[in-house]
Design a binder for this molecule. Structure first.
Ligand SMILES: *Cc1c(COP(=O)(O)O)cnc(C)c1O
Length: 345
């Protein structure tokens, strides 16, 4: 049985071109900043994002957490959306590493605007109120179904926060998907932010790694923290070689993942008891409510798995399916066929 793995876009396997590049990568010791392939990846990322510098890190979580560390002070608060990855899926790392607390805000479809953010900011409050030190946005928003913040709204949040002296970090794990959805360059999306993290290991298909981009002094500090956290990786050029291909070549084909996600959402919307608005599927993530089918997500997950389709429930009501380049259109149709067997039309 062919397995259709829709659990995440992290499950992609490196392409043949990536494996070849990895085998042939020119390497050095990256802790000495002497790995030519890592250096090239960092230069290209900085160029593409039109930022001064970039740093290759082992994971998106490490990238986000280094940025939180550098942009906050102990005993302050970070304002973010309540379903965001930094808040929910990074093991409380900001509490452990940066001694900060979170002020989560519920966005509409995961999307924040300045009004929502500003209502959560403690700026000129009395001394005994915990002060805000940082705002973070997530674009596209993973747990809000891959929703996308328009650039003018992100820019307004950044500009207004900056006017209060607050930096803004972008968790852009899937910022290339955002760029496709908005038909804009990632540099335009990244422009108003102080720092951006993006993943090579998600839809871009690299086996390992994420990048942070920002000002040169910021990235130099980030390199110290990467080492402190155990992320100094020596001959990391074998990984960066795959990352370079992911960065240069994968963005062009992400629109196929979006078309597949849309097709999946439209098919699911026709099944009785499944609630999803296909119009809201803007990128490669499809989240749908199955509570009216009479099944729990645990049951449906098990049923789908028995027929070769892997997907995750994100709670008892909602399932998430993520498209990526190891899933083609036929697999989407097969997924819909299987889903129909368990959810009547
Ligand atoms: C995957 C993801 C991360 C973290 O990436 P890892 O490499 O898994 O640590 C951060 N933010 C978002 C929105 C993600 O989806």
């Amino acid at each position: 049985m062919e397995i259709i793995d829709l659990r995440s876009d992290t499950v992609t396997k490196p392409t043949l071109a990536m494996r070849r590049a990895m085998a042939e990568a020119e390497v050095g010791d990256d802790v000495y900043i002497e790995d030519p392939t890592v250096n090239r990846l960092q230069e290209r990322a900085a160029e593409i994002f039109e930022k001064e510098a970039a740093l290759f890190v082992p994971s998106g979580t490490m990238g986000n957490q280094i940025c939180v560390k550098l942009l906050t002070r102990p005993g302050t608060e970070v304002v973010l959306e309540e379903r965001s990855h930094i808040f929910n899926y990074e093991m409380g790392a900001s509490a452990v590493l940066s001694s900060v607390t979170f002020r989560p805000v519920r966005g509409e479809d995961g999307l924040l605007n300045w009004k929502m953010v500003s209502s959560a900011i403690h700026h000129q409050a009395p001394y005994y109120v915990t002060k805000t030190s940082l705002v973070t946005l997530e674009n596209s928003h993973n747990m809000a179904g891959g929703s996308v913040i328009p650039t003018n709204i992100a820019k307004e949040i950044c500009d207004e926060a900056h006017a209060l002296g607050l930096p803004v970090h972008l968790d852009g794990a899937r910022v290339f998907n955002t760029a496709i959805a908005l038909n804009e360059a990632v540099a335009v999306i990244a422009r108003p932010f102080d720092s951006v993290m993006f993943c090579l290991s998600k839809g871009l298909g690299a086996p390992v790694g994420s990048m942070i981009v920002g000002r040169k002094d910021f990235i130099n500090e980030a390199r110290n923290w990467r080492k402190l956290l155990g992320g100094g990786m020596r001959q990391a050029g074998v990984l960066a070689a795959a990352g370079l291909i992911a960065l240069e070549e994968s963005p062009e084909v992400l629109s196929e993942d979006h078309a597949n996600a849309k097709r999946l959402a439209e098919g699911l919307a026709e099944l009785r008891g499944i609630k999803i608005d296909p119009e809201r599927v803007q990128t490669n993530i499809v989240i749908f409510d199955i509570s009216a089918t009479g099944l729990t997500t645990l049951q449906l997950t098990a049923e789908l798995k028995s027929r070769g389709v892997l997907a995750n429930g994100i709670n008892l009501r909602e399932m998430r399916m993520v498209t990526h380049y190891d899933v083609d259109r036929e697999m989407i149709d097969q997924t819909l066929k299987v889903a129909k067997e368990f959810v009547s039309k």
